[in-house]
Design a protein around this ligand. Structure first.
Ligand code: DSN
Length: 413
């Protein structure tokens, strides 16, 4: 029986969410729209199957098709990223990172990573995450003047603290990370290198962004950000870590793998090989540059003055408004963003002095440079007219017009 009949309440909420996704200009840098094919695989009967273990070595009978699905996902992941080994079972980026730590270091060891308030991630050593509780984190940040990572400074911190693991990856750093330089630093102090490429995975798959895979001992990712797959995690590593990474994921951290999600990941890896996906990732970068230029032209300040990837970080300090107010004002006109701390932010994480923008989701919908220039203009209008309902209404109409021209994959397409 269909969902509408069995549970009209949940069906109704899902419908509302579909409408919200179609009717908003989504600039959340970590979101995207997965295709109908990905959604179909994720919503399949594979959700019924227990398949603890790995292909060919399961703890349950009836795993013939689960094995086929996982083998295909593994093969595609390795091929897509040029990796020696892959594990597609992590349910999230956090568990992927946890498995990487368990493989590479011991509890209590020192890790060196980008500080959360400078653009890092919770699972890179924040005291409120397992990573800060089980390991001894020390941090690098960005240079106050340039807003960019000073690699010589990272090296100095590494030499001073002699970490066992150097962690690379960021949620809001809008510049390319120099993976080769990080490898040199790791080698200098005899540390292992973990790259969390969650944000850039789609750009890397399309080869429009440098890949950390040749340099990292382990690279982790989520499959739902720029990669446009189902919500989940992915691990790529050198063959030497294969047995240990597998043990860390199962039985170390997880039980039965989510076979439906693994099938959907396989579909996403297949889609990521297609010319349309590659063109879209290239367009994502162009769109980010046009958005950045439009904002700068409108007097908006950007951390590092621009972007090399799909993300931009607006520094709202000169406007006097908080990230929270900006997020809510843009939300009023159906432009969805998230408040985000800027480096050296004087405001707490619940308020912040910045907002983060990303162009992956809109580019998937087909928005191009013309629309990006318009969106930059609309953002400037809203941020300079906080609370002005007349301006909000004008902007809402422009947002509606743009939304009406671009179907939303997985929903209207
Ligand atoms: N929540 C993700 C992001 O928005 O970047 C990171 O886990």
């Amino acid at each position: 029986m269909s969902l509408t009949k069995v549970d009209p309440q949940i069906a109704g909420i899902i419908l509302d969410e579909e409408r919200r996704q179609c009717n908003s200009i989504n600039l959340i840098a970590s979101e995207n729209y997965s295709s109908k094919a990905v959604l179909e695989a994720q919503g399949s009967v594979l959700t019924n199957k227990y398949a603890e273990g790995y292909p060919g070595k399961r703890y349950y009978g009836g795993c013939k098709y689960a094995d086929q699905v996982e083998e295909l996902a593994l093969h595609r992941a390795k091929e897509l990223f040029g990796a020696e080994y892959a594990n597609v079972q992590p349910s999230s980026g956090s568990t992927a990172n946890m498995a990487a730590y368990m493989t590479l270091i011991d509890y209590g060891d020192t890790i060196l990573s980008m500080a959360l308030d400078q653009g890092g991630h919770l699972t890179h050593g924040s005291p409120i995450s397992f990573s800060g509780k089980l390991y001894r984190p020390v941090f690098y940040g960005i240079d106050r003047e340039t807003g960019q990572i000073d690699y010589d400074e990272v090296e100095k911190i590494a030499i001073k603290n002699m970490p066992k693991l150097l962690v690379v990856g960021s949620s809001s750093y809008p510049r390319i990370l120099d993976y080769q330089r990080f490898r040199q630093i790791a080698d200098r102090v005899n540390a292992r290198l973990l790259v969390d490429m969650a944000h850039e995975a789609g750009l890397i798959a399309a080869r429009v962004h440098p890949s950390p895979v040749p340099y990292a001992d382990i690279a982790t990712a989520t499959t739902h950000k720029s990669l446009r797959g189902p919500r989940g995690g992915l691990i790529l590593c050198r063959a030497t870590y294969s047995a240990s990474i597998n043990r860390s994921v199962f039985p170390g951290l997880q039980g039965g793998p989510q076979m439906h999600a693994i099938a959907a990941k396989a579909v996403a890896f297949h889609e990521a090989k297609q010319p349309q996906f590659i063109a879209c990732q290239r367009a994502t970068l162009e769109n980010a540059k046009v958005l950045a230029d439009g904002l700068l032209a409108g007097g908006i300040q950007l951390v590092t003055g621009g972007t090399d990837n799909h993300r931009l970080l607006i520094d709202l300090t000169p406007t006097g408004i908080t990230g929270k107010i900006a997020e809510s004002a843009l939300g009023e006109v159906n432009i969805t963003v998230n408040k985000n701390a800027i480096p050296f932010d004087s405001r707490p994480p619940g308020l912040t002095s910045g907002i983060r923008l990303g162009t992956s989701a809109l580019t998937t919908r087909g928005f191009g440079t013309e629309e990006m220039a318009k969106i930059a203009h609309l953002i400037v209008r809203v941020l300079s007219h906080i609370g002005d309902e007349k301006v909000y209404q004008e902007v809402r109409l422009e947002v509606e017009e743009m939304n009406s021209r671009f179907p939303t994959p997985g929903i209207t397409q």
